[in-house]
Write a protein that binds this ligand. Structure first.
Ligand code: GDP
Length: 445
């Protein structure tokens, strides 16, 4: 999948070396390669544009941490944004309903609906021990009902028979009734597809949806169709309240762009992907894993992850060491903490690594966590003499005025900073007395 993206990125990663920061200039070539690879993969243009600008925004100015090369760091950003593009979190089926949980399958003919019903039944039976009933409302292709019957038998689910002379809504209603009376956990409703979207088809599936009130309405779409897949998904999504998407034939899809665009275009999560014709070929969809697969750079991604962890740990250790040495927490440390927070992507990312009390004190600084405010705090601290930084209690009115003038701020701002520092210092003292072991644990986590 998206092999070209992997190759293109790999090439640029090799050439981007020896720079400490990601800048507009040094990422330009890499972004051009990403754009080309996405175009080749048949990702929709607006999606590409937004994606590239997000990557640029996240990457520019970012410091290249630890032993990474800039290229590797950028791969980290691309990975993050690819994951976000595909929905971020994994979205599972919502089966927490009064049984039977009804799942309606929609899609064009040949998309892989019937096969997917079989695959999904198998997954629910094998993994979740569900009692599954299937039914076909496809009264236009007589072979469709037989096909579902055969598939159902293969996976050990029960099949609710129907005939081409029945109305789809009647079939579904009877199946629901049967599922209720026989305590089925899940009812999978297969529907008719057409070769292209038409009004009659949409009207029928809307009526069916209204009658069966499914908890899940899954749109099954052939990933090989590329942008057409995405357009069809959009049309169905406008006609039906879809709850998720199943991308089939991902095995045969060298381009894979649909996987990247469909979530963005419909706002609905990809819940499963189909690979191969065998009934075991249905996977739950994990955006993060898919992003890794697309990038095909497992080694680099691990490097990026390791570098992040290493930097965090190194800093936490040095900080803990300082407290342990009994040397008081002074304004130099305070400044250092603030600088580190900025490097590590703001307070929030650091906070879950901190012991609760410190995080709480730090959160009072949250309002000033933006670049500018941090810059001012640094400016104020820089205007102090080393002695003042080490012994802030020396800072009385006249020194405050001098510091304020030096930093180009009001005296009140110096006061505010000293107050914040004092609060933090109190917390640090508590920790240096009794809570060190606890804090070390908290910081490693
Ligand atoms: P329906 O018309 O939407 O019910 O589609 P079918 O379930 O009949 O599938 C159409 C064709 O696609 C069949 O030949 C399936 O074996 C094949 N198919 C379905 N899903 C997949 C898949 O994930 N990968 C591959 N390679 N083939 C698939």
């Amino acid at each position: 999948m998206l092999d070209n993206l992997t190759q293109r990125l790999a090439r640029v990663v090799k050439t981007m070396r020896g720079q400490a920061r990601l800048t507009e200039d040094n990422i330009a070539e890499m972004l051009r390669e990403v754009r080309l690879a996405l175009l080749e993969a048949d990702v929709a243009l607006p999606v590409i544009k937004e994606f590239i600008s997000r990557v640029r925004e996240k990457a520019v100015g970012q410091e290249v941490i630890g032993s990474l090369t800039p290229g590797q760091a950028l791969v980290g950003v691309v990975h993050c944004e690819l994951t976000a593009l595909m929905g971020g979190e994994q979205a599972g089926l919502d089966l927490a309903t009064q049984p039977p949980a009804i799942i309606l399958m929609a899609g064009l003919q040949g998309a892989g609906k019937t096969t997917t019903v079989g695959k999904l039944a198998k997954l629910l039976i094998d993994k979740q021990k569900k009692k599954v009933l299937t039914v076909s409302c496809d009264v236009y292709r007589p072979a469709a009902i037989d096909q579902l019957k055969a598939v159902t038998a293969q996976v050990g689910a029960e099949f609710f028979p129907s005939t081409p002379d029945q109305k789809p809504v009647d079939i579904a209603t009877a199946a629901i009734d049967y599922a209720r009376r026989h305590y089925f956990d899940v009812l999978l409703v297969d529907t008719a597809g057409r070769l292209a979207i038409d009004e009659a088809m949409m009207a029928e599936i809307q009526a069916l949806h209204a009658a069966v009130k499914p908890v899940e309405t899954l749109f099954v779409v052939d990933a090989m169709l590329g942008q057409d897949a995405v357009n069809t998904a959009r049309a169905f999504n406008e006609a039906l309240p879809l709850t998720g998407i199943v991308l089939t034939k991902l095995d045969g899809d060298a381009r894979g762009g649909a996987a990247l665009s469909v979530r963005h275009v419909t706002g609905k999560p990809i819940k499963f992907t189909g690979v191969g014709e065998k009934l075991t070929g249905l996977d739950e969809f994990f955006p993060e894993r898919m992003a890794s697969r697309i990038l095909g750079m497992g080694d680099i991604l691990s490097l990026v992850e390791d570098a992040r962890v290493a930097v965090d740990e190194e800093k936490a250790k040095a900080f803990a060491q300082k407290l342990k040495s009994g040397k008081g927490f002074d304004l130099n440390d305070f400044k250092e903490q603030i600088v580190q927070m900025r490097k590590m992507g703001g307070l929030s990312s650091l906070m879950d690594k901190m012991p609760a009390q410190f995080a709480q004190a730090a959160s009072q600084l949250q309002g000033g966590a933006e670049e500018k405010a941090i810059g001012r705090i640094e400016g104020i601290i820089n205007s102090m003499t080393p002695l003042e930084r080490a012994k802030p209690e020396l800072i009385k009115a006249s020194r405050k005025r001098r510091i304020a003038t030096g930093a180009g701020v009001q005296v009140q701002e110096v006061n505010r900073l000293l107050n914040q520092f004092e609060q933090t210092q109190k917390v640090m003292k508590q920790f240096s007395k009794g809570g060190l072991a606890k804090m070390m644990r908290g910081m490693k986590g």
